[in-house]
Design a protein around this ligand. Structure first.
Ligand SMILES: [Zn+2]
Length: 172
């Protein structure tokens, strides 16, 4: 049985809470992903996450919205920035609408990465990490690991790594 529907409610633009940034892919012109198709895809990706991690599939799906880059930038960037997507607790996943999540496994892996942040949030698994930056870092590391496992299982050689992000939690 599938969990509840993905909300299509347009949420207010407010940049708070845990965020995850990823650089945007090139322009994509395609057929928009329909509501039911998105629900199926999100459900399938949560099943993948559950299979490769200890996270159970959530009973309710978070809102997932494909939006123009300019709209995403207005939500989380002070100026122009390149974004593939981000997750906001209690608001859900926002994805760059140039991502071809129907046909491109790398684009789908970006969605999966953001969905990992949702199950992390639900589980509270990293709440015990006292430092906010370390907490963010731990979440990202796990999300990239699960994203890479997904790519590997789909025979894709691309790997996402925290190496591409500066370590910003102070001196070690
Ligand atoms: Zn992330």
């Amino acid at each position: 049985m599938r969990p509840g529907p993905v909300s299509s409610v347009v949420l207010p633009a407010q940049a708070t809470g845990t965020r995850c940034y990823a650089r945007a892919a090139g322009p994509f012109i395609g057929v928009p992903v329909e509501h039911d198709e998105l629900i199926d895809l999100v459900s399938d990706l949560f099943a993948v996450i559950s299979a490769v991690s200890s996270y159970p599939e959530p009973y309710h799906l978070p809102p997932v919205q494909l939006r123009p880059l300019s709209e995403l930038q207005a939500m989380v960037c002070k100026g122009p920035c390149q974004l593939r997507g981000f997750y906001m607790p209690r608001k859900g996943v926002y994805l760059n609408d140039t991502l071809d999540i129907r046909n491109d496994v790398i684009a789908r892996s970006v969605l999966l990465h953001e969905l990992v942040h949702h199950v992390q949030e639900l589980s509270g698994r990293f709440d015990i990490v006292p430092n906010q930056c370390d907490r963010w870092w731990s979440r990202e590391r796990e999300a990239y690991e699960i994203q890479n496992a997904y790519l590997r299982e789909n025979g894709n050689g691309v790997r996402f790594a925290l190496d591409s992000l500066p370590y910003m939690c102070g001196d070690r």
